[in-house]
Structure formats: structure tokens, C-alpha cells
Write a protein that binds this ligand. Structure first.
Ligand code: ATP
Ligand code: MG
Length: 194
């Protein structure tokens, strides 16, 4: 079973993540996509919302979409989230599945810096979605990565969680940038207000 893994801080999840997952599914023929909220990102400030809140928002965003689910492996493991550890754990649990890690161009460009990237590339495939404003550096990636990578088209979406947090801080609307259930959750819990 070909399964997509979409890792992210999801602080909060937005329609860019969802359209990326849909596009990856179509391009790589994935049967399922699992959204994996990061516990502590290796090279990023601590998330603004709590782990529980980021997970709840991801659940709310995908509710009713067959084949999408939230995988809490990194939150339950705790500590700094390295993709290699996540993939090893998922493969031990589910040795028959073929995993495809989904990334936007910014993350794809960073792949050579990921922990134990050569071992990771032996274990899984990568699907890369073009992200508006992020130039692809695919041609400068090492061959062992390029050979495991599928570049997939996606309508360019210039939305980031950073922008959504900033909008909340300054009291601007986030309507339609996130699914309405996520917007409700954010407003009900007063997330990202200051
Ligand atoms: P932040 O601004 O906090 O970094 P983000 O919007 O970049 O948040 P992440 O949770 O960091 O979201 O990203 C998770 C994954 O989704 C990454 O692989 C990222 O490249 C991809 N992604 C996020 N937004 C988009 C988008 N608008 N188009 C394509 N890919 C995206
Ligand atoms: Mg990001």
C-alpha cells in the first residue's frame, strides 16, 4: 500500500498543506496520507500552539476525508522529531507499506541537511510539491536523493502558518486560509492572539 507521510509543525494546519496532500496523492498514486505533527522541530523555534492543539486542528481539518488521518507518532515519542526515527518506527509497525514523504520546495531544498538522510532515502520515497515563492534546487540535490524524488505539480498557494499567526496577532481575518473547522477552533481557544 502506497502511503504518503506529510510532516509539519501544523501551527496551524492550512489549505496549502491540504492541497499539497491531495496533489501528492494524485501524482504519486497514494492510497492514504498520514499527517504527522512534529513534536519539537530540529531547526525551528518552538511551536506557538500546544501539541494537543496542533493535533486537534489537524484532526478537524481532515475530518470526513477518507484516506487521510493524523499519525501522532512524533508527539507520543516526545523530544526533538527526526524523520528517520519516525520512519523506522512506522516501518517496524507496518513493514508492507511503501512510504512517500511529502515536502514543499523549501523542505526539499533542505533535505541534504536532514539527519541520516542517506539511510532515509534507502527506506522511503519523496514527493515534492512546488511552493509559491520557493525556488526549486532539485538539480543541485545529490543523485541518491534525485533518484527517490518525484516532483509533482500543485496550484501555487502563497499561504504559510507564519502568515496566519501574524494575521491573528494583528486582528486580521484567516477565513478561507484554513478550513472553517480550524478557524472555529482557533477563535474558540483564542490561539495566536498575542
Ligand atoms: P511555518 O510558516 O510555521 O514554517 P508552514 O506554512 O511552512 O509553517 P509547515 O508545517 O512548516 O508549514 O510545513 C509542513 C510541510 O508543508 C512542509 O513540507 C512545507 O514545505 C509544506 N507546505 C506548507 N505550506 C505549503 C504551501 N503553501 N505550498 C506547498 N507546500 C507547503
Ligand atoms: Mg515551514
Amino acid at each position: 500500500m502506497r502511503t504518503g507521510l506529510m510532516g509539519g509543525t501544523f501551527d496551524p494546519i492550512h489549505i496549502g498543506h491540504l492541497i499539497a496532500a491531495e496533489s501528492a496523492m494524485e501524482a504519486a498514486g497514494l492510497e492514504e496520507v498520514w499527517f504527522i505533527p512534529t513534536n519539537t522541530p530540529p531547526h525551528k523555534p518552538q511551536p506557538g500552539a500546544a501539541a494537543r492543539e496542533r493535533r486537534d486542528m489537524a484532526e478537524a481539518a481532515i475530518a470526513g476525508r477518507p484516506g487521510f488521518r493524523v499519525e501522532a507518532q512524533e508527539l507520543e515519542r516526545g523530544g526533538v522529531s527526526y524523520t528517520i526515527d519516525t520512519v523506522i518506527a512506522l516501518q517496524e509497525r507496518d513493514p508492507e507499506r511503501e512510504f512517500h514523504w511529502i515536502v514543499g520546495t523549501d523542505m526539499m531544498n533542505d533535505l541534504p541537511n536532514w539527519r541520516r538522510i542517506e539511510e532515509l532515502a534507502e527506506r522511503i520515497f519523496f514527493v515534492c510539491l512546488s511552493r509559491q515563492g520557493e525556488e526549486s534546487e532539485e538539480s543541485s540535490l545529490p543523485e541518491f536523493l534525485r533518484s527517490k524524488l518525484l516532483a509533482a505539480p500543485m496550484p501555487p498557494i502563497g499561504i504559510s502558518s507564519t502568515d496566519i499567526r501574524e494575521r491573528r496577532r494583528s486582528g486580521r481575518s484567516i477565513r478561507y486560509l484554513v478550513p472553517s473547522a480550524v478557524q472555529d477552533y482557533i477563535e474558540r481557544n483564542g490561539l495566536y492572539e498575542s
